[in-house]
Ligand binder design. Structure first.
Ligand code: ADP
Ligand code: MG
Length: 633
């Protein structure tokens, strides 16, 4: 019996019931997600890739979807289609020249709808998208081990009926029934569980900067009537269908070209391979600069129009000044959407970042500054829409009730401390919103960076808790161990999103990160974790105490030995012998605690430490007197 229950909690979907999946059918990338008792999660392909580029290549006898089709697009422009979403459900007239993109020719197809001419074939955007959807469907089937036939699919909030119908048609061609079409910004809000816990109306802005398009939406969330489904209304949208990460790439590509001594106009004369290489390089540089202050690129170009070896450094500041006017345009759209919705920036309760290009720090800080609030980034901006679609799917399937939806913190939240113990900042069952802070320091002299690991669970040691993630606070000026003051704040807001901020007060260096702690755990697992914490309470407390004693005693011994070396000559030899005996006794216990913490007598350890502390008072006084004498000399 017990084994049965375990098996079903490991595989929340029994093989006969196929869940409705959530699909983000994107202009640049598409994803599929599923929501089970652990919350929504993205389905990976067999290479571990989560994003499927929405690019399809039509070879004579084969259709290639995804990464390779994208990477080789420049080599096969006449048979590759990307960005088919831009044409979905639109007439050829409407689209006009704007959509004559990347080699593919847009022609009027059935009923005058925009279609794509590839060689002798004419394809509708629905057919192209169906290949992307079919690929996602197979991914989900492989992962879930069951046929998948229903999906929630997301579309931009501004899509009209024709565009929504075209999306349903594409799904049907891929063998998928569309359980519901959901607006992308609404999906993003659902992924964060916005509206689940609130009984008030709330204004949410979703800022979505993708590969080729920018959308900003103002949503109004109304309190949930039937518990399951909050009402979400799109009050206003704004954006630019020709603004996105691709434009950032193009600006960098121009910069690279200029560095090679060519004008941007020379672009067209370059061979397809060369353009491809430069574009790929530009994208890598851009993505690198989201994490690092400088990117170095080395590019060996062999082209009739340009043969050179480029070795170039591009700084984040340089990149930021290139994209400045584009970033400003996104903010102008934000102002527009607020004006259209009749809402002030201060009245916005949450700002959600969506789309890969919101990883660019300059974009983040522009949004933060405009709205005067820290935007939501806990969920991966590429993935948040698909996750929300999966949440909607689980609501429709009726499996939503298994999710953790709580108005308290289900499990304690804390940080790793030196030695592998956990300092709990917020304890289980605290009601949300909740906030706590604690001061930490460095453990090694001259340490300039600390790694902060955020943990969830009830046990005392890191290895027995669940790691939510790590982040680094760097750029701390070198100081002796224990001197830097690192203040760490944990804030869980009314939606259950955890923000962690760390600041070193002397240097003002700061770092922060966010999590959705309720995702990744089932109710059963939470109960199990609680039960385990009771079973292990005694041994855990002992272990935690021994680890702390070991760290603190180690610092004491180090300091006392240093002081002793300085003033040994001024001290009474019997006192020195006594002190050295104390030190040796404590060092033995420190060593034993390192070897086998469970057998150390914590009381004896504590007593030995207190004894050394007491006996070293005279040494402290002598050491201070000596340094005063030194100052006078
Ligand atoms: P779409 O919604 O149009 O399908 P995505 O949300 O997948 O697009 O965003 C794709 C864009 O995000 C691409 O231009 C890609 O280069 C950009 N991107 C992805 N990761 C990063 C990063 N780390 N830094 C900057 N841009 C990134
Ligand atoms: Mg998108």
């Amino acid at each position: 019996m017990a084994e049965d229950t375990n098996a079903s909690s490991d595989h929340p979907h029994s093989p006969t019931v196929s869940p409705t999946v959530g699909i983000d059918l994107g202009t640049t990338n598409s994803l599929v997600a599923v929501c089970d008792q652990r919350g929504p999660r993205i389905i990976e392909d067999d290479q571990g890739q989560r994003l499927l580029p929405s690019v399809v290549r039509f070879d004579d006898d084969d259709v290639l979807v995804g990464r390779r089709a994208r990477d080789e697009a420049v080599l096969h422009p006449e048979i590759t289609v990307s960005s088919a979403k831009r044409l979905m459900g639109r007439s050829a007239d409407e689209v006009g020249d704007a959509a004559n993109f990347r080699g593919a020719q847009v022609v009027p197809g059935p009923r005058g709808l925009a279609s794509i001419k590839l060689g002798t074939r004419v394809l509708t955007p629905q057919e192209v998208s169906a290949h992307v959807l079919a690929r996602l469907r197979r991914l989900a089937e492989d992962e879930l081990g069951t046929p998948v036939s229903r999906a929630v699919i997301t579309v931009p909030a501004y899509f009209d009926d024709a565009q929504r119908t075209a999306t349903r048609d594409a799904a049907r061609l891929a063998g998928l029934q569309t359980a519901r079409i959901v607006n992308e910004p609404t999906a993003a809000a659902l992924a964060y569980g916005l509206g689940n816990r609130s009984d008030e109306e709330r204004a949410v802005v979703v800022f979505d900067l993708g590969g080729g398009t920018f959308d900003v939406s103002l949503l109004q969330l109304l309190p949930a009537e039937d518990e399951m489904e909050a009402l979400c209304e799109v009050l206003a949208t704004a954006g630019d269908t020709a603004l996105g990460g691709d434009d950032f790439d193009q600006l960098l590509a121009d910069h690279i070209l200029n560095a090679a001594g060519l004008e941007s106009e020379a672009w067209a004369q370059l061979a397809a391979q060369t353009r491809q290489a430069i574009m790929q390089c530009a994208r890598r540089v851009k993505e690198h600069l989201s994490e690092h202050p400088v990117a170095r690129l080395a590019l060996d170009i062999e082209d009739p129009a340009l043969a050179t070896v480029l070795d170039l450094e591009i700084s984040r500041e340089q990149f930021e000044s290139m994209i400045e006017s584009l970033v400003r345009r996104t903010i102008e759209c934000c102002a527009q959407v607020l004006q259209d919705g009749g809402v002030e920036a201060e009245a916005i309760d949450r700002v959600v970042l969506v789309g890969g290009s919101t990883r660019v720090p300059a974009v983040r800080s522009a949004v933060r500054e405009f709205f005067g609030a820290e935007p939501y980034v806990a969920l991966d901006p590429d993935e948040v829409v698909a996750m929300g679609a999966a949440v909607q799917a689980s609501i429709l399937d009726g499996t939503r009730s298994d999710l953790l939806l709580l108005d308290v913190i289900p499990l304690s939240l804390g940080l790793e401390t030196v030695g592998g113990a956990v300092a709990k900042l917020l304890v289980r069952n605290a009601s949300i919103p909740a906030r706590a802070s604690e001061r930490f320091s460095t453990s090694v002299d001259g340490q300039t960076s600390v790694r902060l690991q955020v943990l969830q669970g009830e046990r005392e040691l890191v290895e027995d808790c669940r790691s939510l993630g790590t982040f680094h606070l760097s750029g701390i000026p070198p100081m002796p161990a224990g001197i830097p003051k690192i203040e760490v704040d944990f804030i869980v807001d009314a939606d259950g999103v955890l923000s962690v901020h760390a600041v070193e007060s002397r240097s003002g260096r700061r770092a922060s990160t966010q999590f959705v702690p309720s995702y990744g755990l089932t109710n059963d697992e939470v109960e199990q974790i609680e039960a385990d914490s009771f079973t292990h309470a005694r041994s855990d407390l002992h272990a935690h105490r021994v680890i702390d004693l070991r760290v603190n005693a180690g610092l004491d011994v180090k300091w006392i030995k240093e002081a002793l070396a300085r003033v040994r000559g001024d001290l009474d030899p019997t006192y020195v012998t006594e002190l050295e005996a104390d030190i040796r006794a404590l060092e033995e216990l420190i060593e034993e605690a390192g070897r086998n913490p469970s057998t150390v007598d914590a009381d004896a350890f504590q007593a030995a430490k207190e004894r050394l502390d007491r006996d070293s008072i005279r040494l402290h006084e002598e050491s201070i007197a000596a340094s005063l004498r030194a100052d006078q000399d």
